[in-house]
Design a protein around this ligand. Sequence first.
Ligand code: NDP
Length: 462
Amino acid sequence: MATAIETDDFDAPEYDYDLFVIGGGSGGVRGARMAAATGAKVALAEEYRYGGTCVIRGCVPKKLLSYAAHFHEDFEDAAGFGWTVGESSFDWTTLIANKDREIDRLEAIYQRILDNAGVEHIRARASLIDRHTVQVGDRTVTAKYILLAPGGRVSFPHGEGWEHAISSNEAFHLEEQPKRVVVYGGGYIAVEFAAIFNGLGSEVTQVYRGDALLRGFDRDIREGLGEEMAKKGIALEFNVTIERIEKLASGLLVHLSDGRTLETDAVFAATGRTPNTDNLGLESVGVELNKKGAVAVDEFSRTSVPNIYAVGDVTDRINLTPVAIQEAMAFVDTVFRGQPRAMDHSNVATAVFSHPPICTVGLTVEEAEKQYGEVEVYKSAFRPMKHTLSGRDERSIMKLVVEKHSKKVVGLHMLGADSPEIVQGFAVAIKAGATKAMFDATVGIHPTAAEEFVTMREPVSS
Ligand code: NDP
């Protein structure tokens, strides 16, 4: 890895651009626009649509589908509050068309942002020729700095019959809603789509090789989510894999590793994502990859080639949109504002839009024990107030992990309605190093679920 940050005058006349950005997703667009705001001459290449994974085929359309999938429970829950809701029905085509319209609107906003910032944007694939030269479509251009932000792509299982399966890419554009779906995987995308298909009325079976969903998350939350998903009618098949998929006249036949078979209309695979490093000319220019095949970067997002930086999923650090955006802003401060700044990747809050959703910031109990030795764990598991009248058997779980000596809250976890909205605020407290005493001194907002985080008094384990 190179050692010194180049912050010399970026108006060097010998280059076509001060900065050339490859990739028009969250990280690339933010980097381009913020660099342009410093007076730099910036171009950005995007081969597909502006907005990247998050806007076009990730967070945004997923959240819209997730909203749609909540309504049938809302209609059911209304009865306990005295409402009679007439017969309801759901139309997949309307949802997909409305979602597409919103995505088109957002893509246009991304383009406008680039236009308003004075960034030249080029709808073409780009690859590196040398450390300052980029092939973009049929043009060859030069730039003093290059920012790689090409994102990642679906990593699909291989083997017999997988050509009949779909990923999240296709799921957003299905002409018809499958009546029966087998979801494969136990990560973010798998649980989110299992919840979406289930909420919209499909019969869902989720097949996962592990013994609880969402490896890496808090154990109680993982098990709690499994229980809630099962209550909603999702059939969970743990400790098993899919061996092959057979096409039938009536659908697909999924052969499991334990010898059983499942008949279904669609197999939805979400078994991870891979950084987009192919055919970018990285090897020829000497941009090194790490062991996982992602672009290797230092804390300033700089690659092994000193004028080439990389942000977002292509670096496989924390693959979340707001992280890519912050990495891009730190890059601009470092290179174009002369204020070298490394993004702090600690205590990044993350949400899973399962039903109910999960949100977490900081360490799990196991991680905290490993890092600090002794920890205190506070836990509250309860039926949310709304369900006392709705009658729904859904439970929320909230947990605090406290380092025993400093009493700092080092982990905060929640399974339950609105957890992403609730935890965002608490993430500030965790980032600021709040202690359990500060949580205790904070007066709760009543009656809310969120107040549980400031009213847990006795540790459940220590
Ligand atoms: P994840 O890494 O979250 O999950 C992949 C899942 O597939 C895991 O359950 C994994 O099992 C399983 N898996 C991996 N390889 C195989 C295999 N060969 N055979 C069987 N199962 C396999 O990836 P996703 O695709 O769900 O999401 C990618 C990333 O995108 C996330 O990690 C996250 O960073 C981001 N994302 C964020 C969202 C959000 O913020 N709400 C939403 C969606 C995605 P195991 O656990 O055993 O390894």
